[in-house]
Design a protein around this ligand. Structure first.
Ligand code: DX5
Ligand code: ZN
Length: 224
């Protein structure tokens, strides 16, 4: 199981310090939510912030691009230290080229899908990705409640992964706390983004360890 706290819920005045604190608390990845004010109605932060964070930690940087034109940002984020770049399947006919471009930059390739989009949309790309990000809230803001209707999509993606003999990671993002992470793990998720759920905890190390243990147990008990 991979636990990936989201920087979006961190103190914006202390990004480098927060990243170091998350690393020390045992986070596996650091999830960076990039919003362009167009794909989603919000703006977060850009490559300069990711570079600062990269200098403060050795953590794997999982960069989620909620952007209409993510390709103009690929190189700046790679230079800033991104290890994985994730684009949205809602970009439709541009998706295949975007995935290829990330691969050609030598980075891990992620594909994200929003709650209203049919899971069928990702099927043609499953062989080309390292990570499928199933959004469990509508993207744009941290702190929203988990949408349980996304659980069957996780189950379907996990079933395809098994049937096709693929190894992409199955990540969930939005409203993830101890309870919802367990539901997602039972459905087949193995990578958990959590912003307000984890960063709101006083004892961060204990919270990260607890989420990893709960999801590992839930996954081994599921019928997959
Ligand atoms: C939503 C972002 C999420 C968000 C999760 O647009 O993609 O990564 O930071 O935040 P929480 O865990 O607070 O829902
Ligand atoms: Zn995200």
């Amino acid at each position: 199981m991979i636990i990936a706290p989201s920087l979006l819920a961190a103190n914006f005045g202390k990004f480098a310090h927060e990243a170091a604190r998350l690393e020390k608390a045992g986070a596996d990845w650091l999830h960076c939510d990039i919003m362009d004010g167009n794909f989603v109605p919000n703006i977060s932060f850009g490559p300069a912030v990711v570079k600062t964070v990269n200098e403060a930690t050795k953590m794997f940087l999982d960069v989620h691009l909620m952007c209409v034109n993510p390709d103009i940002l690929f190189e700046p984020f790679v230079k800033a230290g991104a290890d994985q770049l994730t684009v949205h399947v809602e970009l439709e006919d541009r998706v295949a080229h975007l995935l290829w471009k990330i691969r050609s930059l030598g980075k891990k390739v992620g594909l994200a899908i929003n709650p209203p989009t049919s899971i069928e949309a990702v099927k043609p790309f499953l062989k080309s990705i390292d990570l499928l990000l199933i959004m469990t809230v509508n993207p744009g803001f941290g702190g929203q409640p988990f949408i349980p209707e996304t659980l069957p999509k996780i189950q379907q993606a996990a079933a395809w992964r098994k049937k096709m003999g693929l190894k992409f990671r199955l990540e969930v993002d939005g409203g993830i706390n101890f309870e919802t992470s367990v539901e997602c793990a039972r459905a087949g998720a193995d990578t958990f983004v959590s912003g307000t759920g984890l960063l709101g905890e006083k004892q961060l190390k204990r919270a990260i360890t607890k989420m990893r243990e709960l999801t590992t147990k839930a996954s081994s008990h599921s019928a997959r």
